[in-house]
Design a binder for this molecule. Sequence first.
Ligand code: PEP
Ligand code: MN
Length: 337
Amino acid sequence: MIIVLKPNVKKEEIDHIMEKITALGLKPYLSAGEQASIIGVIGDETILREQPLEAISGVERVMPVLKPYKMASREFKAKKTEITVRGNTIGGTNVVVIAGPCTVENEEDTIRIARGVKERGATFLRGGAFKPRTSPYSFQGLGKKGLEILAAAREETGLGICTEVMDVRNVALVDEYTDIIQVGARNIQNFDLLKELGKASKPILLKRGFSTTIEEYLMSVEYILSHGNENVMLCLRGIRTFEQATRNTFDVGSIPVLNGLTHLPVLVDPSHAMGKRELVAPMSLASVAAGADGLIIEAHYDPEIAKVDGGQTISLEAFADLMTQMRRIAECVGRTL
Ligand code: PEP
Ligand code: MN
C-alpha cells in the first residue's frame, strides 16, 4: 500500500502517520520526493484497508501497489536508490566499474591484477573465492583463503571488493570479508539464501538467472529487501536462448526496462553475457549508452593463464582502452565514469 502525502505536509503530520502505521504492526518506509512524498507500507494489507487513513491530516490518498514486488518497485519509491560503498556511490551520476579475475587463484596474481585495474580506473575489484562450476571436477575456488587474498588486495590498493556467496552457511563469513556480496545466476531462486542475505550488513549484487523473467527476478530482489537489506543492486549477465554464437544472449534491453520498474541500481556483466573477449567492449559501450549504473568485467594481466573463463577475460591494455571509450559514451548520456 502507498500513502501519498499532501504537498505541504508538515513533519509532525508525517511522524504521526508513521507512528500510527507502526502501531498497527506494519512497516512504513518514507520516501521524500521532489513532487510528492510517499509512505510505502509493508505488511498485511487487510489491516490497512480497515483504517480510515484518508481522514488523517497530511494524507492526500491511499492506493495499492499493483506490482507483485513492492519494495523494489518505482511506485513504492520513485527516487533512484544510491548505495555508497567505501566512498563510491552506485546508482548516482557516476558509472562504476568492478573489474578483476574470474577467480582468485593466488595472492601474487590477484594483487597484480588489482593494481592493474585500479591504475586504469576501476572502482572495485572482483574475484570469486567460492565458484559455482558446472563440473565437480573443475577448480572450485580457494574458499576462505580466497577471501583473505581479496582482503590483502584491498589493503594493498584501497579497492573495495566484490565476491560471490553460494551457500547460506557462508553468508556471515563472506559478509565479514567483502564490501559487496555477489549472488550468482544459479542462485537467483535460492530463497533461503536470499532471506539470509536480508540480514547481511553489506550490499548485494544480485545477478539475473539464466531463465528468470524480469518479474521473477524482481521477486527475488524483494526477498532480500523484505528481509531487511535495502541495499540491493541488479546485474544483467545474459539469459539462455536458442542462440549458440555467444555464451548467453545479452538482454541489454532489460536495462531501460528495469530502470523503469525499479529504483535500484542496474549493473551489467558483459563478460559472462557474451563469453568471448572481443565481444566485451562493444556490449560494455552499449550498456553505458542504455543507462547501466555500472559494469562488472573480467580482466587479467595475462588472460591466457587464467584457470577459469580466460576466453572471456580482457587484458589490462584492452581494459584501459575500454575505459577511455566508455568515458566518452558516459559523457554523451550525461554521466561520468
Ligand atoms: C561470476 O561472476 O563469477 C559468475 C559465476 O557469474 P554468473 O553467476 O553470472 O554465471
Ligand atoms: Mn567467470
